[in-house]
Design a protein around this ligand. Structure first.
Ligand code: SR1
Ligand code: MG
Length: 423
């Protein structure tokens, strides 16, 4: 008997009956299940998501499906991803308190998690498409990444605990495989699930697929992703995995969690801000988005600055793991040695995050899973033009990552490429 033998997908109609005795839900919503209001709101690529409201309060019930929702039953996907999401949420809550939804209940057999309903939060990607400038995201996301990535690594954890955790998350094989294929390989050859917006991009797509330097770089990054089990990653940290209000930022959906390189989460997040930047031209019907573009570049610079500052603070105060031990540095009066090592770690991370950002941009335009920043641009030619600029930007930062030294340089490059649309 497998651990999911009794699994049955919920519907809005069956949920109140099937979860009527789930204490973690009943105590939140109220005992009279006839009064529960349930709606399925999942708009992601993989799962069912229900909002349940009642006399007492509300909750979200997220349930995995045994296949990729975006594609259908022809692409089976194990239910155990819910287990990894649950364990990642627990660890993130401990390492970066207040940044993820509270978990009220987990049912492994039914692959479901009952968690806090975040309201009036909206998905960050939607807010950026609408042109909303959220004041807190750079600080909140910089802190979230620094705290989860640092505290989940051998810089901080007891190494026996980290190794046990590494073994636990190593079983998240199929979700890693999605990333390994969809992000690092498919965009660079004619993979069956690929698609792109318009024939206007055909020439550029052919150019990128023939670009030896780019392909080698993408494979070096895949190598890093697969082989460098540095820390517990969120694993899918894009603007669709973040919920916001003007005063709060929460990070959701860590089902892709596994041990990988720190730069992956940071690069993916910044890539999504750069894509938002290049998509703004497609959302200018109601007025210029110049201020929004400037805001996005500032968010990128500030997120990286916040990340670096917090990571450096943790390096100086919580570096209790087996790496760069104090015994070798501070305890011998060699504070500068510890700072030198920190500079090495941050500068390697910088180089790698540019690579991960570049290929994340490519896969969202050339691969299976596109993003709404571009997809909601109705005019096909305009959409293709926005995407072409993002593709060229992605190629440049991925291939030249060893020769780019600051975010000012990268943001200046983004402005240069964006400026070509006006020339
Ligand atoms: C088949 S899943 C496609 C994408 O959706 C998820 O959100 C991840 O980003 C994945 O790569
Ligand atoms: Mg997701």
């Amino acid at each position: 008997m497998t651990r999911h033998a009794s699994f049955e997908a919920l519907t809005a109609e069956t949920l109140p009956v099937r979860l009527a005795r789930t204490e973690g839900l009943v105590s939140l919503i109220g005992a009279d299940t006839a009064r529960w209001r349930v709606r399925e709101v999942g708009d992601g690529n993989l799962n069912l998501v229900f909002i349940v409201e009642g006399d007492r309060g509300s909750a979200v019930v997220k349930q995995a499906l045994p296949y990729v929702r975006l594609v259908g039953e022809s692409w089976p996907l194990p239910l155990k991803r819910s287990f990894f999401e649950y364990h990642a949420l627990k660890r993130q809550a401990a390492r970066a308190p207040g940044t993820v939804p509270k978990v009220h209940h987990f049912d492994d057999a039914q692959a479901l998690i009952v968690m806090e309903y975040l309201s009036p939060h909206i998905i960050l990607r939607k807010a950026l498409i609408e042109g909303r400038q959220l004041p807190r995201i750079a600080r909140d996301l910089g802190l979230f990444m620094a705290r989860t990535l640092f505290r989940g690594s051998d810089l901080h954890m007891k190494t026996a605990e980290r190794k046990a955790d590494l073994a636990l998350f190593a079983d998240n094989v199929e979700l890693c495989d999605i990333t390994e294929s969809l992000v690092f390989s498919d965009p660079y050859f004619a993979a069956p699930l690929n698609r792109h917006t318009s024939p206007h991009l055909d020439g550029l797509v052919a150019e990128l697929r023939a670009d030896r330097d780019l392909k080698v770089e993408a494979q070096r990054l895949k190598h890093l992703f697969a082989a460098n089990a540095e820390t517990l990653l969120h694993g899918d940290l894009h603007s669709g995995s973040i919920m916001v209000t003007d005063t709060e930022t929460r990070i959701i959906d860590p089902e892709f969690a596994f041990y990988g390189p720190m730069a992956f989460d940071v690069g993916m997040l910044l890539a999504n801000f750069w894509m938002a930047f290049f998509a703004q031209a497609g959302h200018e019907q109601a007025g210029s988005r110049d201020a929004m573009r400037a805001y996005l570049l500032e968010v990128i610079a500030d997120t990286w600055a916040e990340f670096r500052a917090e990571f450096s603070r943790l390096w100086r105060t919580e570096r209790d793991g087996i790496l760069y031990q104090r015994a070798l540095f501070e305890d011998q009066g060699d504070t500068l040695g510890a700072e030198q090592a920190l500079d090495h770690v941050l500068s390697t991370m910088w180089t790698d995050l540019l690579g991960f950002a570049g290929i994340e941009i490519h896969r969202r335009i050339l691969g299976l899973a596109h993003n709404a920043d571009f997809e909601t641009i109705a005019d096909e030619d305009l959409r293709a033009a926005c995407e072409a600029r993002a593709l060229r930007f992605g190629r440049h930062i991925a291939v030249n990552r060893n020769r780019i030294h600051s975010l000012d340089e990268v943001n200046a490059l983004a402005c240069l490429i964006e400026g070509e649309r006006l020339a």
